[in-house]
Design a protein around this ligand. Sequence first.
Ligand code: PPS
Length: 568
Amino acid sequence: SLVAAHGGELKNLYLPEAQAEAEKIAAKELVSWDLSHRQLCDIELLLNGGFSPLEGFLSEVDYDSVVENSRLADGTLWPMPVTLDVSEDFAEALSPGERIALRDEEGVIIALLEVSDKWSPDKSKEAEAVFGTNDQLHPAVNYLFNQAGDVYLGGKLIGLARPSHYDFRGLRDSPKELRAKFEKWGWKKIVAFQTRNPMHRAHQELTFRAAKQVEANLLIHPVVGMTKPGDVDHFSRVRCYEHVLAEYPEQTTMLSLLPLAMRMGGPREAVWHAIIRKNYGCSHFIVGRDHAGPGKDSNGKDFYGAYDAQELMQEYKDELGIEMVPFQMMVYVEEKAEYESIDEVQEGQTVLNISGTEFRRRLTEGLDVPEWFSYPTVVKELRKRYPARHKQGLTVFFTGLSGSGKSTIANALLTKLMELGERSITLLDGDVVRKHLSSELGFSKEHRNLNIQRIGYVASEITKNGGIAICAPIAPYRETRRQVREMIKPVGGFVEVHVSTALEVCEQRDRKGLYAKAREGIIKEFTGISDPYEIPENPELVIDTVGCTPDEAAQRIILKLEGMGYIK
Ligand code: PPS
């Protein structure tokens, strides 16, 4: 039979259906808390027994004990605080013994919490003891100080509804369901592989060897709850895993998704991961190099040593109840055309490896990825997600005084890009936007900023979907322009063009007669005359329309875009 759950018994905190229905109706009267995404991930694993032996969010004594000794108050090994953080305001009105309703993002009541404890944690102590640092570059420390509420609630949970998922439903198994599958297939020894990254050949080699070494079946058990910010989204990853699955001998390996919210807690997290896999029925757990590592701290140093996690696992070996399969990094040995563990490589042999960063660079530059590194199916999947720069969306953001020539150049650029014909293009000209998006706005600082934020939002959507947005507002405030850049950068290219034509020139041209009216005071808050224009500090391009035709100006932008790789 399969390994027992941690603490002996696999928990299931859900009420039987009929009872749950009755409780749901009664629960509508209760005070309720809207769960954050991370809390929702935690609650799913609490309710389905993935976090056995926990029966709810940690009480204060359990929390103190976990923080200090990686153990619950009764001595059971448990390395990670699982707490319900709430705001002071919310906590204030609660009294011990009270029941509250916990709701998901759509307002569905997932569970009831019988509040037994309420306390203000020493966050600094928690960070230091659990994650070994107070450095906010650590994602969990950052969460603790900048997102988590200041009060923790502890108590037992009563599960009423399973958190809903619309994606990859066939690949989501609770511990009970996964155990049932193992039993049905007659799998007795199962080695689990934890991952938050796409899998390439090295991972396939490593996991296949691990399974062979301990004569076990293999469970690929990727985290799809929350991983490190900036990771490849789980939709793309799961499609990659499905391709990799085809590379194992048939009937030996399975894929199941784990809705865990990772903390990137290195050694302690490795122990936690192992306990969770034991609850899912696995007998073995692979711990590789830098397990659940959060990257580098503010001094550029790794938060944890590469094999710290393996060492801590070793320390708890006798009481873990799931065996570690330690692995060193796998590298490709060119002479042998094979993967090998880095500690087995002989002197004089050529070792090839492509780092995650280098792999990403190759995708964005549209460069070749060799077949020894990954599978063409996986690379193709990731290329869809991370297209080469000339296939990504892009925003060209003009800023400058009224009459500086923004619209004229923007139109010339639009036409030239249409001539190239690679992507669809939208022009968000100042006047057009004020007619269709911002007709109720005036020219106060507040209204101008609102106007620019709307433009930024629309441009970011266009950019995200692979199009080109050309924006041509005055956008006089630096801070708002910065916000727009921040909004768009993560989804594609952003090129700021300062049309720097001097005020005197704009006023002299006065195409719309607005400057004359502004001087007379008929138009108030007029940029450059009676309202500020903050000059951009680091635009990608500066264009003065004196001595430069619109055609030349547009051509300069095209060249810039080519130089940056956005057009081929
Ligand atoms: S902002 O500050 O970015 O929101 O301005 P924008 O949306 O680009 O609108 C600028 C156009 O509105 C006309 N206009 C004024 N501009 C500046 N200040 C005041 N008070 C003002 N009142 C009306 C003007 O025609 C601007 O168009 P452009 O194309 O820039 O000349």
